[in-house]
Each structure stands twice: as C-alpha cells, then as structure tokens.
Design a protein around this ligand. Structure first.
Ligand code: PMV
Length: 328
C-alpha cells in the first residue's frame, strides 16, 4: 500500500437523479440517469495513507458517524480487487465548500476518497470503474470523476457495472456560469437516501418522474451539444420542478425549500422577463442554483444578493477533472 492524495470537484445536476432502482442496496443503483456540470473551486481533497488502525479526519476533526461510512467505502474499493483483509488506513479530508451552507459534500467527498483509495491500494482501474465504485458511496459522486459536463447512465445490470458516469463535454466546451444562491445555513433536514426511499414508497408522482426522465436526458444532451442555453434551461427547470413535485407529493411531504428559496426563484424569472438568460435548479436543500451566461453573471448575482434572506451568492465556472497523485 502507498499514500495517495486526490482532489475532486463537486457537481450540480442539470437533469436530476432521484430514486433508486430495485437491487442490492449496497450497489446504490439510481432509478434514472442524470446529467451534471462539475464546478470550479468547490472541491474535496482527500489523503489515504497506511495507518496503524483506521482513522478519519474531516477538516481537522474526527467524525465517528462519517468514519464508519468512510471505512465501508474503503472496504468496497479494496474488495473490488482483493479477497483478503484490507490494510488499516489513515484518511484525511478537507472540504473546500462554503462552510455551514448545507451544500452537499458527498459528491466531491466520495469521488476523492474513491480515487485516493484506489491509488493507495495500487489498483489498476479505469475512470469508468472508479465512477461505478464512487456511485456506491453516493450517486452524485459517480459524476465527480470528470470535469465539465458529465452523464451518469442508469444501467441495467444488477451488479451495477454499466451504471457509471462518462464525460460528455470538457469544461471548455461552453463557458457558462452557475450561481449558488445561499438561502439558509446548516445541514439539510432529510438526507437524500431516506428522502428517495420515501418518495418511491408513497409519492403517486414517482412513477411519472421515472418514466419521463430519459426524454429529459436526451433533450439536455442535445441542448448541450448545440450550446443552446434557452433549450438547456427549459429542460433543466422542467427536471428540477418535476423532482420537487414528486417530493411534495411524498407522504409526509418532503419540502426542502424555504420562503427565500421561492423568492430567489421568482427573482430569476423576473430577470428573465427583463431579458437576462437565467434558469434555476435546486436539489435536496433550500439553495437555488442559477445557470447563466458569463457576461450576465454579475448583474444576476447582484439582483439575487438583494433578495431578502439571501446570505451569499457564489459565481462558479465549469470545473476540472478529478486528479490524484502518489505521495512519498
Ligand atoms: O447522490 P446523492 O445522495 O448526493 O443524491 C443526489 C440527489 C440530488 O442532488 C437531489 C440530485 C442529483 O442528481 O444530484
């Protein structure tokens, strides 16, 4: 075993994933494909070294709940190539994400952990295989192995081998901006895995959500290829609001938004009526993400920062591939 350090950037789904398909829960198989944009700056940096025993530090602090998830994920990576017991690992991770903003770190976190662990265990895996492993930690993590525009296919196989992400276009394919509009502080109330299970079990809109996702993916990919922002924005908003409709119809309702979320969405639509090209999306949390042109980003950010209840607005360009290095 060696020591290795990996950096993976977070991503935001333009066409969303919500729900798992039946099968081995440890495979974490999504019910629908998804299409994402990897972001600059927002990233996890993770070092995996041989240790006396397993240990995990996040931003310099030990975190027992997260340590158990990390150990389970190290086991998955190790067992993908080795029958015997896994060597103990000292894992150190730093999240370069807006602190206490409740932005998910699972995408960049599990991608960086997968990449660092595979290098530390000296496994000869291609990025597709690494993506399938990252997916088992968190579905969105499968997409964070690459920069730019990435598609995660649903796949059909029970072992998940064909459920891996692939890069569609590199970061320089299209110079867009994504504004992250922070509308609350603190972590989200209901984790995505629990929320997805509740929606699948109780939301009458869940089957419609699953049935219509593939068409959105195709529309999204076509709009990306053509660099057609109104077309991409339209299908991105449709995917987001369908997912939230499915969440709202869950019993009891899953409402991840607050009043400021809705006010920010209305502000984006007002800006659009005023001639700006801006489109919203939002995940399992209260923040609003706005896709726009670089030359209109500053004006939009100023408008959104002025919405009462908005804490901060980050402006982010497309980000790079995840990377890894062996340490001495
Ligand atoms: O993979 P998870 O557990 O981070 O769930 C992701 C769910 C959404 O963020 C709502 C949608 C997505 O595709 O990222």
């Amino acid at each position: 075993m060696r020591a290795a350090r990996a950096v993976a950037h977070t991503n935001i789904a333009l066409i969303k994933y919500w729900g798992k398909r039946p099968g081995d829960p440890d495979q974490n198989l999504p019910a629908v494909g998804s299409l994402s944009l990897t972001l600059e700056r927002l990233r996890s940096e993770t070092t995996v070294r041989p240790g006396e025993r397993d240990s995990f530090q996040l931003d310099g602090h030990s975190d027992p709940a997260a340590a158990a998830k990390v150990a389970r994920h190290l086991d998955r990576v190790w067992r993908s190539a080795n029958p015997g017991p896994r060597p103990p690992c000292a894992v150190d991770s730093t999240n370069h994400l807006p602190t206490a903003a409740g932005l998910a770190s699972s995408a960049s976190g599990f991608a960086a952990l997968t990449l660092a662990a595979a290098a530390a265990f000296e496994l000869d895996l291609d990025r597709g295989a690494l993506s399938a492993l990252a997916r088992r930690g968190s579905g969105s993590a499968a997409r964070s192995l690459w920069g730019g525009f990435v598609r995660l296919d649903r796949g059909e196989r029970p072992d998940g081998a064909d459920c891996r992400a692939r890069p569609l276009f590199p970061a320089d394919h299209w110079d867009l901006r994504l504004l992250v509009v922070h509308t609350a502080k603190g972590p989200k109330p209901i984790g995505s895995t629990d929320g997805m299970q509740r929606s699948a079990d109780t939301s009458p809109y869940y089957p419609a959500w699953v049935a219509t996702s593939e068409a959105d993916l195709e529309r999204g990919e076509r709009a990306l290829a053509a660099r057609d922002l109104p077309a991409l924005g339209a299908v991105m908003e449709h995917s987001c609001f369908k997912m939230h409709a499915c969440m709202l119809a869950t019993v009891p309702p899953l409402i991840y938004w607050n009043g400021t979320t809705l006010a920010a969405i209305h502000e984006v639509w007002a800006a659009r009526r005023a001639g700006l090209e801006a489109y919203v999306t939002s995940d399992a949390g209260p923040h609003v993400k706005v896709l726009c042109r670089p030359d209109q980003a500053a004006e939009l950010a100023a408008r959104l920062a002025a919405v009462p209840g908005v804490h901060a607005v980050d402006t982010l360009a497309p980000g790079p591939d995840a990377r890894v290095e062996l340490l001495p």
